[in-house]
Design a protein around this ligand. Structure first.
Ligand code: AMP
Ligand code: MN
Ligand code: MN
Length: 347
């Protein structure tokens, strides 16, 4: 039985989530480490929703996640706190876009009486006291958008723009398979509510730092392909980052170039992490080009997770060992349908 099946019993209904929001008056919001567009968009959207309802809300982002990457620095983070509030135990703690509580660095937030877990990762570990996990939602921002309708709040331009960022980053600008008709309906409604579309795209995808281009060039030089190109992989060492004068977040988006190469079934980008407590650790990002390989299962086998077509994990494996691991996992999955033995070994 998969994790997803075994934890389904603890899922909350939308009514229970709405009731919790209506009942409590104090909230603290948190998300996963290295927050991305959906994480931040959901934080700001939820904060705006709660504030519009007259609730007290604070956005917690751990000091190690600040400052945010350049492209996210325009986010209006009113109510931002960098240490948990003294009354955290009495607040409802809302985790947004966080499939797994270990991806959040504030352990004290876990002690709250009410942990509301709102997410769209199908492999969410249901760590909350209320778990509202909607895998059909293209982004967590879509779930907030729904809650907003239910609670009768009309998005301000600020909220609309935040939710729009979550929408376009998680759908790859309306390109990935999670781009549903609803995703476009949501976009239409948010644009009507005041999103400045070209300004958002310019902020997120243009005005690129030259060091980002240097890092991309290095990653493209390091591309390796295996098994007729089924696995397209590249890696970046800490020296590559320092030589390019690049920050960690500058590698965001490189994997899309790898995924787009003809014949690729799985793209992987391996980044060596820096810092005393992360020495020897590598962050692996995975993307699948179709449903034949579930990269979240590969990531889970290494303690990570994600979506079927986009997942990640952190490991101490060396690059060579990682390649062996990934090739075997991909082979098992690609041949699983015709080979019962192989399917049984799939984690
Ligand atoms: P990334 O490759 O970092 O862009 O992540 C792709 C997807 O995988 C996102 O939905 C992440 O939330 C998820 N993900 C990445 N790393 C982890 C991890 N260590 N544990 C669980 N999920 C992860
Ligand atoms: Mn995210
Ligand atoms: Mn997301």
């Amino acid at each position: 039985m998969s994790d997803v099946e075994s934890t389904e019993a603890s899922l909350a209904t939308r009514e229970q989530v709405l009731a919790r929001i209506r009942e409590d008056s104090r909230f603290v919001l948190a998300t996963h480490e290295n927050p991305d567009g959906d994480a931040l968009g959901s934080l700001v959207g939820m904060h705006g929703l709660l504030t519009a309802l007259g609730k007290e809300s604070a956005i917690f982002i751990a000091p190690e996640d600040m400052p945010l990457p350049d492209e996210y620095q325009d986010f209006p983070l009113d109510g931002l706190i960098s240490s948990p509030p003294a009354d955290v135990a009495e607040r409802t703690v809302v985790f947004l876009d966080c499939g797994n509580i270990d991806r959040n660095s504030a352990s004290v937030l876990r002690d709250g009486m009410h942990l509301l877990n709102i997410d769209h990762h199908h492999d969410n570990t249901n760590f909350g006291t209320l778990n509202y996990v909607v895998p059909e939602a293209c982004c967590t921002a879509e779930i907030i958008w729904d809650l907003m309708h239910d609670l009768g709040v009309r998005p301000s331009p600020t909220i609309a723009q935040a939710l729009y960022v979550g929408l376009i980053t998680d759908t790859g600008r309306f390109m990935y398979e999670n781009t549903t008709p609803r995703a476009h309906l949501m976009a239409a409604e948010l644009i009507e509510a005041g999103v400045d579309v070209p300004a958002v795209y310019e902020r997120l995808y243009e005005n690129v730092q030259p060091a980002k281009l240097t890092l991309l060039a290095t990653a493209l030089q390091h591309v390796q392909r295996f098994d007729s190109g089924e696995l397209t992989i590249s890696s970046l060492s800490t020296e590559d980052f320092s030589r390019a004068e690049a920050e960690e977040s500058y590698s965001e988006g490189i994997i899309d170039h790898l995924r787009a190469v003809r014949g690729t079934r799985v793209a992987a980008l391996v980044r060596e992490l820096s810092g005393p407590d992360r020495k020897g650790q590598r962050k692996v990002s995975l993307r699948a080009t179709d449903d034949a390989v579930d990269v979240s299962a590969i990531a889970r086998a290494q303690g990570g997770g994600g979506h079927r077509r986009a997942a990640g994990f952190t490991t101490a494996l060396e690059l060579g060992e990682l390649i062996v691991f990934l090739r075997s996992q991909i082979a098992v999955q690609l041949h699983a349908s015709s080979d019962g033995r192989a399917a049984a070994t799939l984690v």
